[in-house]
Design a protein. Structure first.
Length: 137
């Protein structure tokens, strides 16, 4: 975590032994250990609280999404049922629908009639008309 090597720890221990002495060093080591344990517990508790809050917010978002999906599913089910009802009514009376479809279709002769092609371009037609006008004057 702090990237401290064993040799550095030995140097720190020797300096603490020289400064504190052999009587107070074990007592200070226990106190430092207690402080570290308390700090670790505090950090773990904070992490757990944050995780709980995130989960509860996520669960609320998921519940809201689930409610929206249920509403959408119910709407689709109702519209599907309405569509099936209207289709079943159309299947009961197929004759009016068939006559309406045949009345709207164009006659077969109109579909097969040949189309006349125009052979003159507009410029030639306009020139011819202009020439005819001059001749009339």
């Amino acid at each position: 975590m702090f990237d401290i090597a064993f040799s550095e720890l030995v140097v720190i221990g020797l300096v603490a032994l020289l400064i504190l002495g052999p009587k107070r060093l074990p007592e200070m080591a226990r106190t430092a250990g207690r402080w570290m344990a308390g700090l670790r517990r505090f950090i773990d508790n904070v992490k757990q609280e944050v995780d709980r809050e995130v989960r509860s917010e996520d669960l609320q978002a998921f519940r809201k999404l689930q409610d929206e999906l249920n509403d959408t599913r119910e709407l689709l089910r109702k519209s599907g049922a309405d569509t099936l009802d209207s289709l079943s009514k159309l299947q009961v009376n197929p004759e009016p629908a068939a006559t309406a479809a045949s009345a709207s279709e164009p006659a077969p002769s109109a579909l097969t009639a040949p189309v006349k092609k125009k052979t003159r371009s507009r410029a030639k037609t306009a020139t011819k008309k202009h020439g005819e006008r001059k001749a009339k004057r």
